[in-house]
Design a binder for this molecule. Structure first.
Ligand SMILES: Nc1ncnc2c1ncn2[C@@H]1O[C@H](COP(=O)(O)OP(=O)(O)OP(=O)(O)O)[C@@H](O)[C@H]1O
Ligand SMILES: [Mg+2]
Length: 418
């Protein structure tokens, strides 16, 4: 296997920080050669609220990954989450230049510039300007207009933004941990790289990465995202409810949830009893499992209803491929069944598959974002046959161009990307 590049992804989550070093080979396969996972402190609902603590956590995860791999981490793709992540769609149109009237890369870049010139408030940072498709002389649905004869070129883009201060604080923490930023990537778009197939994206699909404090959501149609958002709920809310409902500590509630929880009440017998003292509480106490699960089910039902409302609000897009759940909290037993019931669409739970190397403990849905960051980076390499693209300075114009350019050109024929 020929090694193509070594990439680093850092997922700065509410519950854990995960740094992964991956070798990407020419055929697109990924081998993890370094990993560091440390409990996060300093974040609230995926937003940095304490710089020192976050820097320490990031530095800890980077240090672990470096020791394991023997590499020194210089730069990384970094995930961005938090409710401040939002999106909008924008079009840009230009007259095709040049006497041949054939669409060139320069025309596409000008159209992109027009699309991204939409008024974005100065307190927002643009994370992505992703081309969704082109309209060439009124003809919709063009994926690659290069070389087409045309007079007018129109581009449809998906623009993802985040709070400038939240992004600045995150970047500050990463840089203080001695890591430069290759690119800031919305968590949901990173996770999508790990768990969605190209067919699902083409058909129309929703991805929800349910973490500890937030849900990273992305909706896809015709191969591209048309909505990116973050909901401020996650597995922590479920644990809190269990702790309050059963008057126990967060630690015990978390254990109850993970070991005995389910949101599919049809699978829970009425008379099943759990000894809480085995989980570290004072001796003798027991709870009915069905009581635990009722609390969990109620919160998860509400969560799926929030997702449904968010999906409805994003237009009439039908999503034939349904909803794909990932993130640590998607592992809750019965989550897919409840999701199908509430949303009335296909729902599956997915995590990383088909990766080589140091995959112990990371082949589960909690690591979709971290692994997806490596795939995202690898996708950038694939487009480099169209000429070297400049490295992306954080938040700079080139960053967005590189981002745009990467997604502009069709990938090589669909191969085993993962
Ligand atoms: N087996 C399991 N069953 C149910 N829930 C689980 C399980 N394992 C982990 N979780 C939950 O997953 C959540 C952590 O998920 P994850 O690691 O994806 O979050 P994060 O990325 O740190 O947070 P965020 O994305 O919100 O910033 C916790 O709430 C935890 O209780
Ligand atoms: Mg997460």
């Amino acid at each position: 296997m020929e090694r193509e590049a070594v990439l680093v992804g850092i997922d700065v989550g509410t519950s854990k920080i995960c740094a992964l070093i991956g070798e990407v080979s020419r055929d697109g396969s990924l081998t993890i050669v370094g990993k560091g996972v440390v409990p996060a402190s300093g974040l609230r609902k995926a937003v940095v609220v304490n710089i020192d603590q976050t820097v320490r956590s990031i530095a800890g995860s980077v240090d672990h990954a470096e020791r394991l791999s023997g590499y020194q981490i210089d730069r990384a793709f970094v995930g961005v989450g938090g409710q401040n992540v939002e999106s909008q769609n924008s079009r840009g149109a230009v007259a095709v230049s040049g006497h041949t009237r054939e669409v060139t890369r320069e025309d596409v870049e000008r159209a992109l510039e027009v699309a991204r010139a939409v008024t974005i408030p100065s307190n927002r940072e643009v994370l992505h300007v992703l081309p969704r498709g082109f309209i060439v002389d009124g003809q919709e649905g063009v994926k690659d207009p290069l070389g087409m004869s045309a007079i007018r070129l129109e581009i449809e883009t998906h623009i993802v933004t985040a709070s400038a201060t939240a992004v600045r604080n995150l970047a500050k923490c990463v840089q203080a941990a001695n890591v430069k930023i290759d690119e800031l990537v919305a968590n949901s778009l990173a996770s999508a790289e790990t768990v969605l197939s190209d067919t699902e994206r083409d058909l129309g699909v929703a991805l929800a990465d349910i973490g500890a404090g937030t849900i990273d959501l992305a909706l896809f149609m015709d191969g591209s995202p048309y909505k990116t958002a973050v909901l401020p709920v996650g597995g922590n809310n479920v644990t809190n409810d269990v702790a309050i409902g059963l008057k126990t500590s967060l630690q015990v509630a978390e254990e109850l949830k993970i070991q005995h929880g389910s949101c599919d009440l049809s699978t829970v017998a009425d008379d099943e009893v759990i000894s809480v003292s085995q989980l570290g509480e004072a001796a003798g106490r027991t709870v009915h499992r069905v009581d635990v699960c009722r609390i969990i089910e109620a919160r998860m039902r509400e969560t799926f209803e929030m997702l449904a409302a968010e999906m409805r609000a994003s237009g009439d897009g039908v999503l034939p491929a349904g909803l794909v759940l990932t993130g640590g909290a998607a592992q809750l037993a019965g989550a897919a069944a409840l999701g199908r019931e509430v949303l009335n669409m296909p729902v599956r739970v997915a995590g990383p598959v088909g990766i080589g190397g140091l995959t112990d403990n990371i082949m589960n849905p909690a690591y979709s974002t971290a692994i997806g960051l490596l795939y995202w980076g690898a996708r950038g390499l694939e487009s480099s046959e169209y000429g070297p693209l400049p490295p992306a300075p954080m938040g700079g114009l080139l960053g967005k161009f590189r981002d745009a350019a990467r997604n502009l050109f069709p990938l090589p024929p669909e191969g085993p990307r993962r």
